[in-house]
Design a protein around this ligand. Sequence first.
Ligand code: MN
Length: 395
Amino acid sequence: MTAKRKDDSLSDYRHKRDFRKTAEPAGGAEPRAAIRKRRKRAAATKRSGLRFVIQKHQATSLHFDLRLEAGGVLKSWAVPKGLSLDPANKRLAMEVEDHPLEYGEFEGTIPKDEYGGGTVMIWDRGTYFADEAAGAIDDDAEIRREHEQGKISFFLEGERLRGSFALVRTDRGPKPKWLVIKHRDEHVSRDHDPVDECDTSVVTGRTMAEIAREESENELARESIAPMRAEKAKTLPAGRDWVYEELRDGTRVFAYITPGSRALVAEDGSTNRRFDAIADELGALADRAGRGFVLDGVVTHMPSSGLAYVVSDIVYDDGDVVLDEPWTDRRARIESLFRRRRVPRVRLAEVRRRAGPALEKHARSKGWVGIVAKRAGSPYRPGQHSSDWRRVGCS
Ligand code: MN
């Protein structure tokens, strides 16, 4: 197969994805020499060495993606129930666009708003053979021929699945439907269902929840977050979609409290030993609550109690990056995190619902340096000056 045809075959795949946003491979990364070398090695062992992978994919709905290497790409099917070792179970397999070979290595998360958004686990992998390709016939050519004809017989040698299977096309058209069926051989099993029994990655041993959690933590650690900023305003906006939050004089600080880190980091990237006591209290809170989180707030000096962390926002909570949630939902998360838990050096920024002279009087009496009006439905936009947040100083 020529390079051009291979590229054409992946154009659907590339079209559906924005590679600036997703960590999935764009394809074309495996050098030609590496492919040749792998083929040569396979030839030396007589049979093909074609690769297969089954990825468990929690997108809008949970399914298993069966991918068979052929013609320099991964022919791909979404199998809602996964493969069965019982020949009586004919499983629906919807053919989807060809994927690049490197996709077989992909495990992680696809951003929520992107194509196929969700968590991907490498559920099984190995090599496979064309059942019909005996000796002289090349497996790759045979699989492509059978794919064209709509009936593929193949033998999987995976870590979890072994044995002979058939893919049979039942419906052509833009979204071809197939059935995947276990052939009768010594690997048939009626009382052993790998889909139910195996819920971890064959590569990393992680569950779906662990993959999702670690990926979002890595995401935050990679690019430590920049604070969202308020626009300066002369007067506070009024109306029911606004709330009014306490602003303290001090250092803007993110608290990264996840299983991998317990750090308070100022917006210039610095940390400070003086923050340690606060970090320890938040670490203990994470242990008690059984969840990691990243908070936005201000470390300030309170006349009565010394150094304190006044929390105004949350950007990561219990495995989820929550930037896109409305302010009201993020606030509810913080309130639930701190509810009935004693964290002496930390408190939530006070929020009031109405602007006006009473608010200004209250702010002055409490020693606020200003008031931030926040639009209740607004997301958190890291590093941006947004008109969804407006700041007025207290005179
Ligand atoms: Mn999928």
